[in-house]
Design a protein around this ligand. Structure first.
Ligand code: PMP
Ligand code: GLU
Length: 398
């Protein structure tokens, strides 16, 4: 078969691939603890499930009109942005998509031409760079410092901007590091973006999962003129345990959104009608479920960070947001056992899969070798069992 040249520029999503591999092993009967999936292990809260069932029973099972999101949901999203993020958007500035992943992809399709540069701080969520490459753009990767919570500085951003820079992508709280931008760091970054006149996609999907008093700020709220250059991305997957429902959304300047709606009309039409009614209940219904899950994640975060730091060769910072631990494992490089030699995070990930029966994702999948990503959106028992298994497997290494 002869495939389009663009296919040689991208790889399958590292997270989706690792998830599939862990799933396959489990189906084969392997007793595996998987800390791969970036999704809450909780069920979708019952009142949201009920709204989905009600939508089916009342015939909300057709294409939605408009395809870019039912009006009630767009109104709820506008209210959410106003209340939570101090952002004033009108319904025509909103698009509802099949997950936040599609919002981001549609924006890249609309904005990026062959040769355009997109600044992406690393570690980054695995899909950003390949989505840019798929559209012929060039990701300009900016490595961030662990002791700055893996947050890019304004100076780093300024240095990365060239005459070809079209856009920068931000993600706070960050997958995979859990880093959260402080108000002052974000203000400095906003100043650089406004000065350069570039676009920004800000992926805020983990905004509700914050710990230790960390605060979430939407960059578009910091400088009025940024509203014309910012796509603010969010969704219900993480905050409401709704990953499978596939509802994400974006808000931005009306011309950008209109073009994204045009793209969506040619690819998926609308996201699932039933899911849109469930998302409406998620946003308008009682919010206690979000805090209940956040508190559970916080306990598990404390458990996994402490446990990882007690393992030889693991150094783990305490993440301030999201639900991932991202330890530095470089001290283990060079170690060997009858399994073979550990020379990279990919080797260590495979060693842990084979010898500990614990699945995680190598940092390389997020543009940063030398780390592993463990999702702690898993039960405390599974986290403890994973830590015990890793501890035992590591005794093989010398
Ligand atoms: N952004 C980040 C940083 C993520 O981790 C995810 C997880 N899948 C997404 C976007 C997309 O989420 P969804 O498509 O489920 O809304
Ligand atoms: N975002 C999640 C993760 O990072 C889900 C998989 C994906 O869509 O990348 O694991």
């Amino acid at each position: 078969m002869s495939f389009a040249k663009r296919m040689s520029n991208i790889q399958a999503s590292a997270t989706v691939a690792a998830f599939a591999r862990a799933g396959e092993l489990k189906r084969q009967g392997v007793d595996l603890i998987s800390l791969v999936a970036g999704e809450p292990d909780f069920d979708t809260p019952e009142h949201i499930q009920d709204a989905g069932i009600e939508a089916i029973r009342t015939g909300k099972t057709k294409y939605t009109n408009p395809a870019s999101g039912i009006p009630e949901l767009k109104d709820a999203i506008c209210n959410k942005f106003q209340q939570d993020n101090n952002l004033s958007y009108a319904p025509q500035q909103i698009i509802v998509t099949c997950g936040a992943k599609q919002t981001i992809f549609d924006a890249i399709v609309v904005l990026i031409d062959e040769g355009d540069e997109v600044v992406i701080p690393a570690p980054y969520w695995t899909s950003y760079a390949d989505q840019v490459r798929l559209m012929g753009g060039t990701p300009v990767i900016v490595p961030t410092a662990p002791d700055r919570n893996f947050c890019m500085t304004a100076r780093q951003l300024q240095d990365a901007i060239s005459s070809r820079t079209k856009m920068v992508m931000l993600n706070s709280p960050c997958n995979p590091t859990g880093g959260v931008y402080s108000h002052s760091d974000l203000q400095a970054i906003a100043d650089v973006i406004a000065w350069a006149g570039i676009y920004v996609i800000t992926d805020e999907i983990y905004e509700k999962l914050l710990y230790d008093g960390a605060q979430h700020i939407s960059i578009a709220s910091l400088i009025p003129e940024l509203m014309n250059k910012t796509l603010t991305v969010n969704g219900v997957s993480k905050a409401y345990a709704m990953t499978g429902w596939r509802v994400g959304y974006g808000a931005g300047p009306q011309d950008l959104i209109a073009n994204m709606i045009k793209v969506q009309s040619q690819e998926t039409t609308n996201t699932c009608s039933i899911s849109q009614y469930a998302a409406l209940e998620a946003l308008n219904g009682p919010q206690g479920c979000v805090e209940t899950m956040r508190q559970a994640f916080e306990k598990r975060r404390n458990q996994i960070v402490e446990g990882l730091n007690n393992l030889p060769g693991f150094q783990c910072r305490t993440p301030q947001g999201a639900f991932y631990a991202f330890p530095d494992v470089t001290k283990l490089f060079g170690a060997s056992s009858s399994w073979g030699k550990i020379e990279s995070d990919i080797d260590l990930c495979n060693f842990l899969l084979d010898e500990a029966r614990v699945a995680c994702v190598p940092g390389a999948g997020f543009g940063t070798s030398g780390y592993l990503r463990f999702s702690y959106a898993a039960s405390s028992q599974d986290i403890q069992e994973a830590l015990d298994r890793i501890q035992t497997a590591l005794t093989q290494l010398n």
